[in-house]
Design a protein around this ligand. Sequence first.
Ligand code: TYM
Length: 336
Amino acid sequence: MARTGTRIFSGVKPTGHLTLGNYLGAMRRWVDEDQHRADALFCVVDLHALTVDHDPARVRRLTRQAATLLLAAGLSQDRCTVFVQSHVDEHTRLAYLLECTATDAEMRRMIQYKEKAVRERAGSRSVRLSLLTYPALMAADILAYGTDEVPVGDDQAQHVELTRTLARRFNDRYGLVFTVPDATHPPVGARVMNLQDPRSKMGKSHAESSGIVYLLDEPDVMRRKIMRAVTDSGSEVAYDRTAQPGVANLLEILAACSGERPEDLAEGFGSYGALKKQTADAVVELLRPVRDRHAEISADPGYVEEVLRSGAERARALARPTVDAAYRAIGLLPPS
Ligand code: TYM
């Protein structure tokens, strides 16, 4: 591929309001590091939001909100490409070829598929076929851009691993078309847990919101959620993910906010209350500029539209040659 430098791609799915988990696990690094050191693309992956029961108007609203939040968090049009997945047809064009590269057993092994299928069935909803094939579309998102690095939280590691497998398999069978990407994860904050249930991930589409800090929560709401976080029996503040998952989660959140190590922070607290208070203060201060900037940018929807329009144009031009090459390699007759 005629390109120098590192290419980075990552995305966020508009299935709910973005959370502190999305911010610490992914977005913050996109803003602080990735956009400055590489040719980076960040995508609101709206097609992925259609894999579970959805409300069309809500997906549209959340897509715009997610794009606005990415800009509010500090992604800059001058430094990176921000766009919406459904605006670039290359993603679905390539996804089909990757469905023809993957096996159904590989798809069925995905932890997120298993968990979400159980959730859909528990709500008496049928499981959409696209929930099963989702990782092929995610692989297409990544491979269409010749991506070297995929900055994500821990929960996406398995999907990126499958992407690597598919890229290698395609290249071996049909010729070298795809770059094999690596997942990268933040040192702390790669798996922020639900404050009310610290053994499960803080996910944006959870039904109960008291354990989830949303980026657009009012400061006093954030504070209340953190002060009411479930801690463990006992009173000593120690960093032990297995024995004290609630305390460990707070220490990791605080560490991710302050740039310290959770082990070191644990030594400085005599009570759970003090840990909660300091964590709440740190989260509120970390997210304050994002909330403020979101309010400013929302007042100018034309700006967001323009960023997304030019982002999609650039993304299309980057993806097209790779996807065309994959079509030729796999045996499809090019149109004359
Ligand atoms: P999504 O929308 O669930 O999450 C977006 C990003 O936030 C990270 N994340 C977390 N990190 C730490 N703790 C948490 N509690 C937490 N919750 C979410 C996720 O790991 C992710 O990095 N399938 C992806 C979207 C996607 C994508 C892609 C990502 C589609 N195509 C291509 C990278 C490259 C997803 O559902 O992310």
